[in-house]
Design a protein around this ligand. Structure first.
Ligand code: ADP
Length: 247
């Protein structure tokens, strides 16, 4: 296995005395695709909030890249700049702008959609945008208004906007929610492609989707790791069957 890119070490966090994360430890490795699953309330969102600096743990460490480089006490924007991108469930693209301009704004790391009026298109941006558009399956829709894309296409565009910022780790929250079957399969292919050049962590409910991702799975329960390994391995685990599959 490669070197750990992100190491979550014995972290705990309580909300009003309730332990949402309880001595959670696990690592994400350079360039891997990982699914994080678990029932509602298992702590998946809180885990992502802690890694991205939105929530501070009460105890434990979050270590990035090189040994002893702590992510604690860093702001959300500092953490993003270090190379951790996060895709929330709802797509947040600039609806009035074209696919091209959305990717350009992401490339320029600019949150003001009207700024595109002042940018001059240049070859290096064009090449980068075409490369990302191909990666997210929107190469033939660059001039399309983002608001006119399907739900699935908007999700891919937002993933593309994150890829434009060249993350080393991409956290993706339930990417397949609300997608058609065809879009879900394309999303599987997109995430597998994306994980060839950076680590991708997918938080997902849908077992069928996780099976198609065909990657290492971490099962969370009550804020801790219950099991880890291939999907077949974790779904044979009696604890997982009891708490997650409810059999
Ligand atoms: P998951 O994403 O796996 O469904 P969450 O991380 O959202 O789980 O939540 C873990 C537990 O922590 C849940 O019981 C949830 O109600 C609780 N929780 C999460 N955030 C807060 C908060 N800001 N205040 C109080 N309780 C919270």
């Amino acid at each position: 296995m490669n070197e750990a890119l992100l190491e979550v070490n014995n972290i705990s966090v309580s909300f009003d005395g309730f332990k949402a994360i309880n001595k959670l430890s696990f690592s994400i490795f350079e360039g891997e695709l990982r699914a994080v699953i678990g029932p509602n309330g298992a702590g998946k969102t809180t885990f992502m909030d802690i890694v991205t600096g939105k929530t501070r743990p009460d105890a434990g460490e979050v270590i990035w890249g090189e040994k002893n480089f702590s992510l604690l006490n860093r702001s959300e924007s500092q953490i993003a700049q270090l190379g951790i991108g996060r895709k929330f469930q709802k797509p947040t693209v600039f609806e009035e702008q074209s696919v091209y301009d959305n990717l350009l704004l992401a490339l320029e790391n600019d949150r003001q959609p009207l700024s595109v009026l002042f940018y001059r298109r240049n070859q290096s941006d064009d090449a980068k945008i075409e490369e990302i558009a191909a990666e997210i399956g929107l190469a033939d829709r660059l001039e399309r208004r983002a608001g006119d894309l399907s739900h699935g296409q908007k999700q891919w565009l937002e993933i593309g906007m994150l890829l434009a910022q060249e993350p080393r780790l991409l956290l993706v929250d339930e990417p397949a929610a609300g997608m058609t079957l065809e879009e879900r399969d394309k999303t599987v292919a997109l995430l597998r492609r994306a994980a060839k050049t950076r680590a991708v962590v997918v938080v997902e409910h849908d077992m069928d989707f996780v099976r198609k991702l065909d990657c290492r799975v971490t099962v969370l329960h009550e804020g801790s790791v219950l099991a880890e390994g291939s999907l077949d391995h974790v779904t044979e685990n009696q604890d997982v069957i009891d708490v997650y599959l409810g059999r």
